[in-house]
Design a binder for this molecule. Sequence first.
Ligand code: ATP
Ligand code: MG
Length: 399
Amino acid sequence: MNIDLIKQKSGIIGESDGIKQVLEMVGQVANVDISVLINGESGTGKELVSKAIHLGSKRSLKELVVVNCGAIPEGIIESELFGHKKGAYTDASDTRKGYFETADNGTIFLDEIGDMPLETQVKVLRVLESGEFMRVGDSKTKKTDVRVIAATNKDLGKLVKEGKFRQDLYYRLKTVTINIPPLRERKNDIRLLVDRFALQFSRTNNIKYKGFTPEAIKTMHQFSWPGNIRELRNFVESILILQKGERITADMIENQLLDEDDTQIKNDSLPVVINRDPDQAERELILRQLLYLRQDIEELKLMMKESNFSELNSMRNINPNFDSTIQNNEIISQNDNLIKGDVIGAFNTKDLEKEMIIRTLEHFNNNRRAAAKSLDMSERTLYRKINDYGIEKKIKKTH
Ligand SMILES: Nc1ncnc2c1ncn2[C@@H]1O[C@H](COP(=O)(O)OP(=O)(O)OP(=O)(O)O)[C@@H](O)[C@H]1O
Ligand SMILES: [Mg+2]
């Protein structure tokens, strides 16, 4: 299929060499019934490319079933993928079809394949090789005719070396690999993407749109866009809300980027999803208070460290037992990266923060901008922490 047709059908935008290569690959493999592995950072368009492949194949009239392997709890992933028989386990009151059966004659998109448990990988390999699978709790083999497209932002080769991904499945999948370059390596797509997103957003929300100045676009070239196209889209949408109906200038872009970079984001107009049950909301509130408490303690400690030691010396003169008090404090502080309490158990600051970030991202439907604002940190800090804690994929919604 030719590139223009693929673009038209899938909505993929871009003129850069990077995206052209991706589109050429899609054109070459779409109509060949072979599994495909898509590699790319978060927000680079992996799901969109899988859609393009499906739409360009002879299976396009059948379903494209999207499964986020990272979001399904390990305990139920096999029943989700392959279905289960009535009575297979306590909650299985009905026989149920799995995604592989639903996708019969169509395509299945296994997103975050790197997060799939090893035992499940064996079963997926079997489907890939023979089309055969079994529902959980069943002893009859079933058949399905499914094309598999898998995606990951992880280095599967590395996971194989670490024993976290099966080598046989890796070899089977990687024959056709499409690497989607990050946005910072195809910056000349920014203008096209910005135009499209701005037009779409202003139309659906009835906002006046007077365009971006060429300098504004140039300024956007200077940012590294760690969240790639998704981040760019969010950025465009929030700047249109903030600068209601104005032509967007380089200054506006810079201010907005700086705002996010430094301290707080001053954007209160972003949509917020509030659909938590009261219990959950309360737990989150407590967790958040703990995090703040911990941050306060850390600040206090720092202040104490920096305070003048002469003060301590004068205390020594007044109170001869002062040194033993300090020693006690030191013993306590050996464990002070833990917050302790009967109710909450022992919490490591990092665990606490990680947990807080995961929950906040979930709460805001993975909208990082809103999450960063709510967590009172810059979006860039949030990105870094997401990377540091390796949270990336576990927070995505199941399809
Ligand atoms: N080349 C592109 N042209 C137009 N829109 C794009 C392009 N690439 C990505 N998008 C849009 O950016 C958003 C993110 O894309 P997508 O969900 O496919 O990324 P992803 O790689 O699957 O991200 P993640 O790893 O976070 O799941 C979507 O709204 C998608 O439509
Ligand atoms: Mg995705």
